[in-house]
Ligand binder design. Sequence first.
Ligand code: ATP
Ligand code: MG
Length: 738
Amino acid sequence: MQLLAGLNLAQRAAVTSPASVLQVLAPPGSGKTKTLTCRVAYLISHYGHNPQNVICCTFTIKAAREMRERLRGLVGDQIESRLVLGTIHSICRRYLVAYGHLIRIPKGFGIADTSDTNSIIKRICKRLSLSIEPKIARARISSHKAKGKTLEDLPKKVPKELKEQEFITVFHEYETALATSKLLDYDDLLLRCVDLLRAYPACVSNVEALLIDEFQDTNIVQFELMKLFASANRKITIVGDPDQSIYGFRAAEIENLNRMRIFYLETVVINLEENYRSTSAVLKLAQDVIEQDENRPQKKMKATHCHGTRPVLRRLPNPNEEALWIASEIKRTMTMTGGLLIHSDFAILLRSAYLSLLIERALTNAGIPYRMVGGQRFFDRVEIRIIIDYLRTISHPENNQAFLAIVNTPSRKIGETAIAEMLKLGEENKLSLWLVAQKVVSGELKPTKKLTRPAEQELTRLLSLIKAGRQMTDTASPAATVPSKLIDFVVKSLDYENYLKKKYKDDHEDRIENVKELVTHASEVLLQTGAEEPLATIAGVDQVVSNGGQEVLAQFLANIVLSTDVETEEGNDKPRVTISTIHSAKGLEWPVVFIPAIYEGSIPHSRAENTDEERRLLYVAMTRAQALLTMTFPIMQSRDQGESIITQFLPNELHHHVSRTGPLFDDRVIMDIASILRRPVPSQEDLAKALQSMPEEDSREDDIWPSDGSRKPFPMLAGDAQGLQGFGRPLGDFFSDQ
Ligand code: ATP
Ligand code: MG
């Protein structure tokens, strides 16, 4: 059977297993995601499940898209498009769109993203002059909700501590603000879906099979959802790896794996052992890192690839030099491998997003194209965000957050006071800003301080723009073109390019480029993946089937709001180096991986509560690498700080595992890389040519210094230091000039 070709025995057993509840637990790179994808196809083609009745949860929207693509090859696009496949949040959204009316969720609700929730909470704290830090309040609300608790679960008695009182106030106000704007936040999507399915289990009475990837990072609410979704047929496949559980800080519970086995006593567990991703050199190091956790069960992991090049551990004098070195090392690797690797084969994985600053600058200066994942998203760039907020307002005008973001951008001479005044009117009359604005313009509502004439005219024009946009949404044909048509419409109506030119004198060209990219993205994304088909109809349960322009637009925006990273899939875009947080890199792989800043305080993070989770994070980062893995750290983090201490997680006797300089890229190294990536080996001619074009300053030299020679090389980098034992202590003690 074509479906099973290329799978190993254990993978086949998992794909074809007759078990109704199946856990596939296996280390990174062992083909869990691949197995899950094949099982979906197998359940449909062999067990005859109706694709409309199969729910498959992936961890990111990108993973969902990839899975769709693979499934299209395996089962055909007719079938693939009917599957209920996506992230847990997007699947819950679909159920709430279809059935939310049953539990009185307003039709056409919007989704509050992180920046909405941040600004709502900030505004509450300011208005009520609260001393609680908005960020902390937000995190607490979310962790409260992620545990499945709502306002009602808060203590009824007024707490003594001021901070606690304030927290309860913010929580109340926050929920009210969301309700006024008809918004659900990320946690609500899951919580409300639990409410829905508990009250109306019939909505999922058709579900024949449920499949979940990255199960180790589910929280208690998601566990509940699993039980509800699978309640009709008790047929569940999950794949996961307890060693990769890294979302404990967001209330994910590894315990869910055991809980599942206890709840479903029929659970069958299958382990996969072969690793198809990385060289054994990379795996050995990663294994030694994770095995320091003595409480975890021992597991086997067999390499299927060659030993490969030893991972590199590199010290640089400071973070700036570290960034410069990484940039030059990327260039050197590309050159020395004679066209075997392209920019998109490289990833730089960070413990914290802020570390990207210097790295981005170094890559830019070196002319290396990159994309940033999990930090500032493409959609959060100011020039993009504005357009998206226009689209969000058009899709859902009652969304106060989106309306606030656009009401005076570009400037309409509607000042802070006027806005505050309208907000007040909204609160008093329980109206959204959208309705307040209409009533102000028509004279039905009168602010104490009247809007100026020009401001009023501008406001009227804004309202007509939104109405015209709504009109277009309803009439555009085919519906899939709605997002790109609307973006075009907004850009033209606002004379947006001129606005950007005036506002951003230095870099308006880049920003205009970004807007163009957004248009391309909008026109491609829905055409590529197709709009989701409606959920299966269930006799006796009333479903809202909304498949016109409004739904296409809502889906487009939901995908943006729910995407964790730059999930504008590049399409024809040029290949770029990926800079990502480790958290967002889960499940992915790259031929070459860099992990900078591996010092104490960065990893484990100084504020981390759970050291084991930090170790798993490093393990996840390392196991993303296919052929080459390089870790770096600065000796000094800044002028006034002492020497960094390298992360405690690296094993002792490091010289057995790592090398202090980047690989030499001789024939053997190049052949190894080619074989792992299943790419043709570059010809001798290409390699010779590559060598000629090598920049004079070869970064393979142990030390990279500013060309003005202003500083002496750091003494401990020179010479061949003996061994690298003694990590976890200040390095100065161990690397002495020879
Ligand atoms: P992670 O835990 O990091 O999510 P995973 O277990 O989900 O990893 P996959 O991403 O499914 O692993 O697979 C890792 C790589 O190995 C992919 O490139 C996949 O195509 C490849 N692979 C998986 N199984 C096989 C196989 N039987 N033969 C060849 N390649 C395979
Ligand atoms: Mg995976």
